[in-house]
Design a protein around this ligand. Structure first.
Ligand SMILES: Nc1ncnc2c1ncn2[C@@H]1O[C@H](COP(=O)(O)OP(=O)(O)O)[C@@H](O)[C@H]1O
Ligand SMILES: [Mg+2]
Length: 244
């Protein structure tokens, strides 16, 4: 029980009139330290909303989220955001800035405006270069994001999420729109973080074969509810049964 890093207890978000229900509707799940979990579901199922609620971006109207046993509230958010790195759908990088500047942006949350005006300390620069090197992007550190391929951009986004040394990484559709090679590189990167650093990974994917290859556990959402939570065997069959 001590290893439970993410816990959703009867999590319910605001009512959405067009849906005729809350977006998340009584989510219960527990994710243990070091798990690699894939979050599946059709468009509009609530996957992004669930990931965002884990970092306090979507307030619950009922229930709660606990990270490392601490309830997510406005007071606990600063600590919780240090524990969790988030890769937003679409990357969320600043296209006019270079790769390394984007990675350094991952440090902004912990710095005052005044500190930021004085530039980032050498330690942060070294860490950013180290991360870019780890992901095979050292030579591209000074390139603008707009000049990088989709796969390279996604790895910059991972480096940005990791500069805070989080214990948990949430990734929202990290390979959507990437070609096969780039998808493999991004998934390998997530896999290495999991196997080599024991990082807890929760990622939204749409490809069931890739999900089964990398994740040990799948959580399937439908209309804001968990409709499957278990091993990744026979996902195709599970998926068609629960979503029909
Ligand atoms: N800020 C919001 N306000 C109102 N409705 C929203 C908001 N964000 C998402 N939704 C709705 O909630 C549902 C779930 O969205 P989302 O979590 O983005 O789904 P998914 O990531 O699984 O595609 C969708 O129907 C979407 O239109
Ligand atoms: Mg989404």
């Amino acid at each position: 029980m001590n290893d439970c890093v993410i816990e959703c207890c009867n999590l319910e978000t605001a009512y959405a009139a067009p849906l005729n229900r809350p977006i998340l509707n009584g989510i219960n799940c527990q994710i243990q330290q070091g798990e690699f979990v894939v979050l599946l579901g059709l468009n509009g199922a609530g996957k992004s909303t669930l990931l965002r609620s884990l970092v306090g971006l979507v307030p619950p109207v009922n229930g709660e989220v606990r990270i490392n046993g601490v309830a997510v509230t406005p007071q606990t958010l600063p600590q919780i955001r240090r524990d969790i790195g988030m890769l937003f759908q679409g990357g969320g990088l600043i296209r006019q800035l270079s790769a390394i500047e984007n990675v350094l942006c991952g440090r902004l949350g912990t710095r005052t405006t005044w500190q930021t005006l004085c530039g980032f300390p050498q330690r942060d620069h070294s860490l950013a270069i180290e991360l870019l090197t780890q992901f095979g992007l050292k030579e591209l550190a000074e390139q603008k994001i707009s000049q990088l391929s989709g796969g390279q951009q996604q790895r910059v986004a991972i480096a940005r999420a990791l500069i805070q040394s989080p214990q948990i990484l949430l990734a929202d559709e990290p390979i959507t729109g990437l070609d096969i090679i780039a998808s493999q590189q991004v998934m390998q990167t997530l896999s290495q973080l999991h196997t080599q650093q024991g990082m807890t990974i929760v990622t939204v994917l749409h490809d069931l074969a890739i999900a089964a290859k990398y994740a040990q556990r799948a959580i399937v959402l439908d209309a804001g509810r968990v409709v499957y939570d278990g091993v990744c065997d026979h996902l195709q069959a599970q998926f068609s049964t629960v979503l029909k």
